[in-house]
Design a protein around this ligand. Sequence first.
Ligand code: PLP
Length: 384
Amino acid sequence: MSKHPLKFNSKTIHGGQEPDAAFGAVMPPIYQTSTYAQTTPGGHKGYEYSRSANPTRTALERSLASIENGEYGLAFASGLAAIDAVIKLLSPGDEVVSTNDLYGGSYRLFKQVFEKFGITFHFIGMGEVARIEEKINKNTKLIWVETPTNPMMNVINIKAVAALAKKHKILLAVDNTFATPYLQRPLELGADIVMHSATKYLGGHSDVVVGALVVRDKELADKLYFIQNASGAVCGPMDSFLVLRGIKTLHVRMQRHCENGEAIARYLKKHSKIEKVYWPGFEEHPNHEVAKSQMSDFGGMISFIPKGSNFKDAVKIVEKLQVFTLAESLGGVESLAGHPASMTHASIPKEEREKSGVVDSLIRLSVGIEDVDDLIADLEQAIG
Ligand SMILES: *Cc1c(COP(=O)(O)O)cnc(C)c1O
């Protein structure tokens, strides 16, 4: 491999990868095996049982560490399994300060699974870092940040939160699913843990459910590896292969997601029947300066509210779309549209949801990499 440190657009293809030791296969083989022959008890070639480690998963974990500019990658059965492993670092009595406007499944895991085990979660708007400090006490062990947020596209200043976390000796974890390391690398900004739903942009083809963590600190990596192996929610070899394959085109896909996203955000903003468009690339977006400083572009996720609309009007628009598919999830090559209030965010109580702006008429788009003219024509006929 090259002696020079690779740039991002090469790391997606080569980062942490070597041709396979057995026959020189350029793409890591799918080691579809649960166990490995030993010559004598304990005499193995680094692999004993595929929950503990599998060569295809190792290849993915090294790729993940490389693209996030970290040291250690861990691949899980889903994004939520990765989050679950992070929360299992904690003990009863510990407290977590979390973004209020976050993935509905993360909220459900925190509130309905982990609160029962005596962990307390505080959900707050993180636009002003001072508000985070108000919630910190001696029991606070983790700050959970999702940025840009889902679906309101708020942007949280990772560097500022990292400084606060360091001051109080608290771990900072960042869900980097929306931005991807193409746009934003939280470890470089001072975060301790980066988390991904690799189901989304990293996989990129809506054909797999996988989660990931990346860290730099060896001790933290060891603790997370212990939980990964002890709890067992690992990523299988076939799924590891699919995400590795997806990552190889991450940079070219993201470039197009960003271009199409910008064109659609600007089209919607000019539209007479649209009330409000949420996209961090607009100069008047409240966190535009922070977005510009920590992201290299603004991504392909957009939310909007049609003028004078209610729950039913929003549902009618998403039903009329033909090129956009009405579906949960995001980050694939195909464009998707969603209605957060009845889909991704239905598990958050209405009152809680509306506090962060997720009103009944909000529509969320994951802009794909199709021809942007077709996407705009589709929106035009649906909005009418
Ligand atoms: C999808 C998603 C998750 C959960 O990941 P799964 O792979 O579905 O378990 C977490 N965070 C964000 C931002 C997501 O979009």
